[in-house]
Design a protein around this ligand. Structure first.
Ligand code: PEP
Ligand code: MN
Length: 339
């Protein structure tokens, strides 16, 4: 971190600032230029608050040299993280996974029928919301604890590990049997929830917030990792922009950017990113071409009757077609693109 001082700063002011910094385990290197004096802070500056430094009258500017996240930073962990979910099911470091299923669990018949269909097409995990974050309090809120029981039945019937969203830390005891806990876009910065999830061992699918930068997203991963849980899968699910043709705008550039900045696996959700069924297929293929470690795709056995997100849900037959293209693109990426 570098602190740039205002010109004409008195030595007493510099001493006051250095006195404040002495509380940290840092070396302060002073460089006196013709017009500007800068203080270089050498050491672990993660807990140094930039705003506090800026509040000193003699400080002109403060710049971070190192990213504010460490556990998630690829610089300190060059090897890709592989998140192991179940025997034979992993994500990251070359292990690719497709998570598929309905937006919400609606009945035992529905979740088992969809689970069997997506498994037959090659999905490796089953998704299904039991606790739903809906914009309207009058909309279907999910089957809650009963929905989790139905997901377990679908896992028993198909062997597919299950992924489902948590909305409150109070519900964690209900998630004992769940394989991957999803943190939805709306909770990406629910820091108290992230801290609780950091204290347990289950893999976390951390979706990008609706209007969050990549750095904010990585800081949320850092919250979980700081608690001790390093099993995190990042999920790009589209961000809010001025565009209205799609529900959100899929930020595919997040894949190569994250690849450089972090060792955590990155998957893409083309369903929530577009909100439109016919765009899910091309963007699934594009995400694979851009290097995603996996996909999460909404599939419903009767989208017209879905209680949530029907317009963006693929039918099992459409999912089957998309899976075939995903497989082809994966082969192409492995044998031609990255050969
Ligand atoms: C979901 O996966 O059903 C969901 C609500 O997604 P998001 O948090 O990305 O909106
Ligand atoms: Mn949904």
């Amino acid at each position: 971190m570098v602190i740039i001082l205002k010109s004409g700063t008195a030595t007493t002011e510099i001493a006051e600032l250095e006195g404040y910094l002495s509380a940290y385990d840092l070396k302060v290197q002073e460089t006196v230029g013709e017009h500007t004096t800068i203080l270089g802070l050498v050491g672990d500056t993660l807990s140094v608050d930039m705003d506090t430094l800026l509040s000193f009258p003699c400080v002109e500017d403060v710049r971070r040299i190192q990213e504010p996240y460490k556990a998630a930073n690829r610089k300190f962990h060059p090897e890709p993280t592989v998140v192991d979910i179940a025997p034979g099911v992993s994500i990251g470091g070359g292990a690719f996974a497709v998570i598929a299923g309905p937006c919400s669990v609606e009945s035992e018949e529905q979740i088992i029928e969809v689970a069997e269909a997506v498994k037959a097409s090659g999905a490796t995990l089953l998704r299904g919301g039991a606790f739903k974050p809906r914009t309207s309090p009058y909309a279907f809120q999910g089957m809650r604890a009963h929905g989790l029981e139905l997901l377990l039945k679908a896992r028993e019937a198909t062997g597919l590990p299950i992924v489902t969203e948590i909305m409150s830390a109070d519900h964690l005891p209900l998630f004992k049997e769940v394989d991957v806990i999803q943190v939805g876009a709306r909770n990406m910065q629910n820091f108290e929830l992230l801290k609780v999830l950091g204290k347990q061992e289950k893999p976390i699918l951390l979706k990008r917030g609706l209007a969050n930068t990549i750095e904010e997203w990585l800081m949320s991963a850092e919250y979980i990792m700081a608690g001790g849980n390093h099993n995190i899968i990042l999920c790009e699910r589209g961000i809010r922009t001025f565009e209205t043709a799609t529900r959100n705008t899929l930020d595919l550039s997040a894949i190569p950017v994250l690849r450089e900045k972090t060792h955590l696996p990155v998957i893409v959700d083309p369903s929530h990113a577009t909100g439109v069924r016919k765009y899910v297929d091309p963007l699934s293929v594009a995400a694979v071409a851009a290097g995603a470690d996996g996909l999460i795709i909404e599939v419903h056995n009767n989208p017209q009757k879905a209680l949530c997100d029907g317009p963006q849900s693929l039918t099992p037959a459409q999912f089957d077609t998309t899976m075939k293209k995903i497989t082809k693109m994966r082969e192409f990426v492995a044998t031609e693109l990255n050969a």
